[in-house]
Design a protein around this ligand. Structure first.
Ligand SMILES: NC(=O)c1ccc[n+]([C@@H]2O[C@H](COP(=O)([O-])OP(=O)(O)OC[C@H]3O[C@@H](n4cnc5c(N)ncnc54)[C@H](O)[C@@H]3O)[C@@H](O)[C@H]2O)c1
Length: 410
């Protein structure tokens, strides 16, 4: 049965991948990014609300109230800047502005889901900016087909995330949270913690995806004396690999069983989320088809990992099959799961990851430290400035440009 599901999934995935990419000559390039230099633009920002925390720190720029600190700069140039946290559903504040906005700024911490339907309605839209890293909240093929530009502030919060991942590895390895809860609950039971608390030294840590965050994590892990592995589409240059001290594993399924800790550091793409297309034939001429996103890490893959493996995922929630993680944590196949990314976000109150055992989950916070906010606010301002002047962005920031997706999203 498992084998059948796996084959079905593979077939469905390759069928979906076999669909031709949207042509870049028809709809694409229709909305020239810099075709209207000097005009007043309507810019909409979608950020998380801070309420009483908004005024507690002058550098708290990432919230709706402080709106990246660019309001007076934008308005002094004659642009309209609307900011909201109300992003979901047909009656949301965002939806009202979709038909006439030119630029939409959003952040992965409180993502404005930009569906193909919204793109179709947004007749004036030219530019989608992500204040942070990871633009999977946008239907990227639809954006490409519509000739939109999608860009993010590449590198802006990679140190913030790598540091957070290191913290989560230690929290899981030392079985920290049960001890913390004992203190809160007035208990004292050393054995209840110690029976499965370990040193990090000499453990095998594998990162799935070894780009900016993955490399920074490995560099931070090196002094702990771990055995470091990485799986990526690309192998590092030998000098860098030697300096970082990690071994390349071309085959993900060969790496996973060796790891005591697996850290996910890939973007969410059609390849890292595993899509199952289900087609139900109603009669000879009618069928009903739908897609089920199962995640790159499904039940089958999790079952091949070391029993008791610790998993850290600050990349994207949908890379994991939600129920397979719950089942793994419940059975002990996963010894601990920690991360800050969920699908959807904000996570609903009944999201099963809130209630599974052996988890150390938080809301989406790792990439929105004050230091990160200052960097991604500056990066967004820089791209807007270039957009108003008709100049290109730094090349590494583009996710969709002139009808083409960045290589890892293809
Ligand atoms: N939780 C947060 O606050 C937060 C903040 C920043 C980034 N992120 C997430 O982390 C991701 C990675 O960020 P980054 O700055 O390191 O990006 P990056 O582009 O520098 O690195 C991504 C790496 O993943 C590899 N990769 C892509 N698809 C792959 C596949 N199918 N198989 C194997 N490897 C693959 C790429 O080759 C690349 O080396 C982002 O896309 C985002 O989803 C989360």
């Amino acid at each position: 049965m498992a084998m059948m599901m796996m084959n079905l999934k593979r077939a469905a995935t390759s069928a979906i991948r076999a669909f031709p990419a949207a042509p870049s000559s028809t709809g694409a390039l229709a909305r020239h990014l810099h075709g209207s230099v000097g005009e007043s633009k309507k810019i909409v920002g979608v950020f998380y609300k801070a309420n009483e925390y908004a005024e507690k720190n002058p550098n708290f720029l990432g919230c709706a109230e402080n709106a990246l600190g660019i309001r007076s700069w934008l308005e002094s140039q004659g642009h309209q800047y609307i900011v909201t946290d109300d992003k979901d559903g047909p009656n949301s504040e965002l939806e009202k502005h979709i038909p006439d906005l030119h630029v939409l700024i959003s952040t992965p911490f409180h993502p404005a889901y930009v569906t193909a339907e919204r793109i179709k309605k947004a007749k004036n839209l030219q530019l989608l900016l992500t204040a942070g890293i990871g633009s999977d909240h946008i239907d990227l093929p639809a954006a490409a087909a519509a000739g939109l530009t999608v860009a993010e502030v590449t590198g802006s919060n990679v140190v913030s995330v790598a540091e957070d991942e290191l913290m989560r590895i230690l929290i899981l390895m030392r079985n920290f949270l049960p001890g913390y809860h004992q203190v809160i609950n007035g208990e004292w039971d050393v054995a209840g913690i110690a029976y499965r608390a370990y040193d990090l030294e000499a453990k095998t840590i594998g990162t799935v995806g070894c780009g900016r965050i993955g490399k920074l994590l490995l560099q931070r892990l090196k002094p702990f004396g771990c055995n470091l592995l990485y799986h990526d589409r690309l192998k590092m240059e030998p000098d860098l690999e030697k300096q970082i001290g990690a071994k390349f594993e071309e085959d993900l399924d060969a790496m996973l069983p060796k790891c005591d800790v697996v850290v996910i550091n890939t973007p969410l793409t059609e390849k890292t989320k595993c899509v199952l297309a289900v087609r139900i034939e109603l009669c000879k001429f009618q069928f009903f088809q739908y897609r089920v996103d199962l995640g790159m890490f499904d039940k089958d893959r999790i079952s091949k990992m070391k029993k008791g493996v610790l998993i850290v995922n600050n990349a994207r929630g949908a890379i994991m099959d939600t129920q397979a993680v719950v089942d793994g944590c419940s059975s002990g196949q996963i010894g601990g799961y920690s991360g800050d990314v969920w699908y959807p976000q904000p996570a609903p109150k009944d999201h099963p990851w809130r209630y599974m055992p052996n988890q150390a989950m938080t809301p989406h916070i790792s990439g929105t430290t004050i230091d990160a906010q200052l960097r991604y606010a500056a990066g967004v301002k820089d791209m807007l400035d270039r957009y108003f002047k008709g100049e290109d962005f730094p090349a590494q920031n583009y996710i969709v440009k002139e009808g083409q997706l960045a290589s890892q999203y293809k």
